[in-house]
Design a protein around this ligand. Structure first.
Ligand SMILES: C[S@@+](CC[C@H](N)C(=O)[O-])C[C@H]1O[C@@H](n2cnc3c(N)ncnc32)[C@H](O)[C@@H]1O
Ligand SMILES: [Zn+2]
Length: 267
């Protein structure tokens, strides 16, 4: 296996065994029972760690994605990733759905949420998962062929640091109409900020050299709609719960999926 992981203390390469990851600087990290490594060291995270990864949110995401509702996103991602000739790292991998849909030999998944990494490790024992931060990846420079980020943080400078020459990042980010049926009506400052966010989503991230927009409608049952609500940041917007409850009560509901697939170079 290619050396990919780096010591979060001293940045030297980590040697992996069945029980431990260790660097030449004398640091070592036990392999957790699920097979992953916790490479998150103190003081790493900013104050705004996404709150959306409680066990409830993860269970909702596992049910929703496992039912195949976002399969067109996974297919588009796989097309954009292509057939890399080296390791792939999924940043903000969540419970592992998108990694499960990518047939790449050497796969790594990273998430700041230990609960997410535990779930992902159980789903995909052949993938090496780590708990860590997207903003300071415990990954060697020039070591991976592809970095993916799906609805997750995407510090592109950090992605570029870990990519091999000729490697590429591929990101999935929301488009302006994404899940518009679930958005609550907003007022005042919140409305203004929301409008700014939606305006930014009208285009792919400016760092991208290639992009493609993917849009489709989902027809969801009340249960699937509730799962979708619980797995997205929309649930943190005040007033969104009644909107979703009313939609769910009205029976099968149509919801817009609108995403940008973007990449640092064309597939
Ligand atoms: C909306 S979820 C998407 C998860 C998965 N990619 C999917 O689409 O199913 C965002 C993920 O990013 C992770 N995340 C948030 N901040 C992070 C950070 N600073 N470093 C690494 N992962 C982070 C969260 O824990 C969560 O699993
Ligand atoms: Zn070290």
């Amino acid at each position: 296996m290619t050396a990919v992981l780096a010591c979060p203390h001293c940045a030297l390469p980590l040697q992996l065994t069945d029980v431990v990851a260790s660097c030449a600087g004398g640091h070592s990290f036990d392999r957790a029972r699920g097979g992953y490594f916790n490479l998150l060291v103190g003081g790493r995270l900013g104050p705004t760690v996404t709150p959306g990864d409680t066990p409830d949110a993860l269970a909702a995401r596992r049910r929703f994605l496992g039912a195949g509702h976002y399969a067109p996103v996974a297919v588009a991602l796989a097309e954009a990733v292509g057939a890399p000739d080296g390791p792939l790292l999924d940043v903000g991998c969540g419970e592992g759905y998108y990694l499960s849909q990518l047939s790449v030999a050497e796969r790594f998944g990273l998430d700041v949420s230990k609960a997410a990494v535990q779930m992902a490790s159980r789903l995909l024992p052949a993938v090496q998962f780590v708990v860590g931060s997207a903003y300071r990846l415990p990954v060697l420079p020039d070591s991976v062929a592809v970095v993916t980020s799906v609805f997750a943080p995407h510090p592109f400078d950090e992605f570029s640091r870990v990519l091999r020459p000729g490697g590429r990042w591929v990101a999935v980010t929301p488009g302006p109409l994404h899940l518009r049926e679930l958005r609550p009506p907003l007022q005042g400052e919140s409305e203004r900020k929301d409008a700014e966010r939606l305006a930014r989503r009208a285009a792919a991230p400016p760092e991208a050299a290639w992009s493609r927009r993917e849009q489709f409608q989902l027809v969801l049952t009340a249960d699937a709609l509730t799962d979708l609500f619980h797995m997205t940041p929309i649930r943190w917007q005040s007033g969104s719960a009644p909107v979703v409850a009313a939609a769910a009560a009205s029976g099968a509901t149509s919801v817009t999926v609108d995403v940008w697939l973007s990449a640092s170079s064309a597939p």
